[in-house]
Design a protein around this ligand. Structure first.
Ligand code: SF4
Length: 393
């Protein structure tokens, strides 16, 4: 059976991520009748079975022969809840690695911010994940698992998915595409409710465009010119903004979907009026939307969040030039679950925003009452700003 890819340390192929047809073929390969495939599918995607042992409609005798076949679900290793009810999870994978995912509820939607890699090699200067280095790509089932875990924990359907957790999705395109397909067809979330976020990898947006998906492409721009962008995103030195925008235009042509540009606002680094003019001129005539994200502080970066006045002024400058723009304050700040704050902590360790670590080894995280979990507090000491630009106001 060739269902989904697995990390090299896991030998048996997990069943999660497989379609109904693939599972039906698999049960038949095991000498079982076809209808067992439908049962298996329902137990994996609707009932949230974590192991084949739980699937009591299967005979005990058959289940005993399948003990080495994993479904591919993770364990919740740690869970923290912010006052806005955003929940950050550290999920323990089969090889012991930890990945982070975030559930963001509102009255009419439940959004999961999923990770595509453990850590991230892109090393963006303002990002906690980038500071933590890179471990490995996630397999497709490890991405799907994040969605099911949040759905089960919240006891309500996930409505939206954003690939804005740990990692650069387009460095793991094949597994991300498999996961998108599974989440769409097997978990039942519409493509238009999914967003893939990227800083841009040469050629990969074109590759994504060829699949003609209806997902939203969110491109992390963060600067209106190459010089500043390369300071914030070191890997951008191999991918000038002109090339990036040309691939984005092709994405719009191929899919008919507008592109969203993400712009993290860093106080007195990229939030000057002159930079708003530059950004407006860069995007003039482009079928796009700009999301302005006031920076979420992390312990080991010297950037600051701009004042609400500066944020509004930047947005107004864009809108005055007919660039549609929204201001997005990230949720989950207290739980370090906000945009740019996810980090591959070691198992049993939670990095607080003041840079200290809290050992959780003494308490198995699965047994912690969420309401009693001590949340990371906004204790970031003020540091002198090191990376401000000296543009005129
Ligand atoms: S912002 Fe995204 S691409 Fe950049 S280091 Fe962080 S996770 Fe990676």
């Amino acid at each position: 059976m060739s269902l989904v890819s697995s990390p090299s340390t896991v030998t048996a192929t997990p069943l999660l991520g497989a379609s109904l047809d693939e599972l039906t073929n698999w049960v038949q390969e095991q000498g079982q009748p076809r209808y067992r495939g439908k049962q298996l599918y329902e137990w994996i995607y609707d009932k949230g079975a974590k192991s084949l042992e739980e699937i009591t409609v299967f005979s005990k005798q058959w289940r005993e022969t399948l003990q080495e076949t994993p479904i591919g679900r993770s364990q919740i290793h740690y869970r923290s809840v912010a006052s806005d009810k955003t929940v950050k999870y550290l999920l323990k994978l089969a090889d012991g690695q930890i990945v982070e995912t975030v559930g963001i509820p509102s009255s009419d939607r439940l959004t999961v911010c999923v990770s595509s890699q453990i850590g991230c090699p892109m090393a963006c200067d303002f990002c906690a994940t980038g500071k933590g280095g890179f471990q490995r790509n996630l397999a497709a089932h490890e991405i799907v698992d994040q969605v099911l875990t949040v759905q089960e924990d919240f006891k309500r359907r996930v409505s939206h998915i954003v690939f804005m957790g740990m990692g650069e999705p387009l460095l793991n395109t094949d597994n991300v595409l498999k996961a998108l397909k599974c989440v769409n067809q097997d978990v039942g979330i519409g493509q238009r409710s999914m967003t893939v976020s990227t800083v841009g990898i040469p050629g990969k947006i074109l590759k994504l465009a060829k699949h003609k998906l209806q997902v939203t492409l969110a491109v992390s721009l963060h600067a209106p010119n190459d010089k500043l962008r390369q300071q914030l995103i070191p890997s951008a030195d191999r991918y000038p903004i002109s090339d990036l925008l040309s691939e984005c235009k092709e994405y719009v042509n191929q899919t008919g979907r507008r592109v969203t540009f993400e712009y993290v606002l860093l106080d007195r680094v990229n939030d000057y009026a002159q930079q708003a003019f530059e950004l407006a001129s860069l995007l003039r005539g482009f079928q796009s939307h700009v999301n302005l994200i006031p920076y979420n502080p992390i312990a080991d970066a010297d950037y600051q969040r701009p004042s609400p006045q500066r944020v509004k002024a930047f947005a107004d400058t864009l809108r005055d030039r007919n660039i549609t723009a929204s201001i997005r304050y990230s949720r989950g700040l207290e739980a370090d679950a906000a945009c740019g704050q996810l980090r591959a902590n070691q198992p049993g360790e939670v990095i607080r925003r003041d840079g200290e670590s809290e050992s959780k080894n003494a308490n198995p995280v699965e047994s912690i009452n969420p309401s009693s979990v001590k949340l990371a507090q906004n204790t970031k000491p003020s540091k002198p700003k090191l990376r401000t630009n000296s543009l005129p106001e």
